[in-house]
Design a protein around this ligand. Structure first.
Ligand SMILES: [Zn+2]
Length: 247
């Protein structure tokens, strides 16, 4: 498995509480090239739940500190740091030569932008959202599964649902979601379909229970590519929370 993975490239948005554990999983599995995109600096308050950073990193750019740490831990992995945002202006350029987009971002706008950019590029999107004590994971395979917009249509209006940057996250939930996210990305990069392809995993830390919400492709989805699945009848209902929002 590691041999095939050594030729693959994953771009990870966010090197924090979700992206950090995902990056560790990808590097440990032997994914050959990792691109870390983060436009923030390390703060003291990050240290308890962002495993790539130590006290000496406070004040450093997160992408650079994360890449340096991964390069030390996994010398065989090529790690590139992008100190900036994954946004409309940068998305398509950043995804050139990338085999999978791993979204560990903390806000709705970036999540939907990542969804649309991965579909445009024709590469899998590995999505994880966390809010307080809930983690959600979804894998989008262009032309095969539904996507975030098939499920939620659009980001919630500002202030309607707090995102995790605003509402906060229980640290271990982010770590758990990030570990699952990394493992899922490794599966997909290995050629497997993915455990959360076409099915949103919702895990609730208070109860320890999880459930799977089927994600059907919507024929009128503005983001999904033209594909055989578009001939399927539209899904009967749309889940009424945002990604990362409480179910
Ligand atoms: Zn869609």
């Amino acid at each position: 498995m590691a041999d095939a993975l050594s030729t693959k490239c994953a771009l990870v948005i966010g090197a924090g509480g979700v992206g950090g554990p995902a990056l560790l999983g990808l590097a440990a599995a032997g994914v050959g090239r990792l691109v870390v995109v983060d436009g923030d600096a390390v703060e003291t308050s990050n240290l308890a739940r962002q495993p790539l950073f130590g006290e000496a990193d406070v004040g450093r750019r997160k992408a650079e500190a994360a890449a340096a740490r991964l390069a030390r831990l996994f010398p065989g992995v090529r790690v590139e740091a992008v100190d900036g945002r994954f946004d409309e202006a940068s998305a398509d350029r950043l995804l050139r030569g990338v085999d999978a987009l791993v979204d560990g971002s903390d806000n709705f706008e970036t999540r939907f932008l990542a969804n649309d950019a991965a579909l445009r590029a024709g590469i899998p999107l590995l999505h994880a959202g966390v809010l307080r004590t809930t983690a959600q994971l979804l894998t989008v395979i262009p032309g095969s599964t539904g996507c975030l917009r098939c499920l939620f249509e659009a980001p919630p209006a500002r202030g309607e649902v707090p995102d995790c940057a605003e509402a906060g996250v229980l640290g271990p939930v982010a770590g758990f979601a990030g570990a699952l996210l990394g493992a899922e990305a490794v599966r997909v990069l290995s050629g497997e379909r993915g455990a959360y392809a076409g099915s949103l995993l919702v895990w609730e830390a208070r109860t320890g229970r999880s459930r799977a919400v089927p994600v059907r492709s919507r024929a009128d989805c503005p983001a999904c590519p033209s594909a055989p699945h578009r001939a399927a009848p539209p899904a009967p209902e749309v889940v009424r929370t945002g990604p990362g929002g409480a179910p």
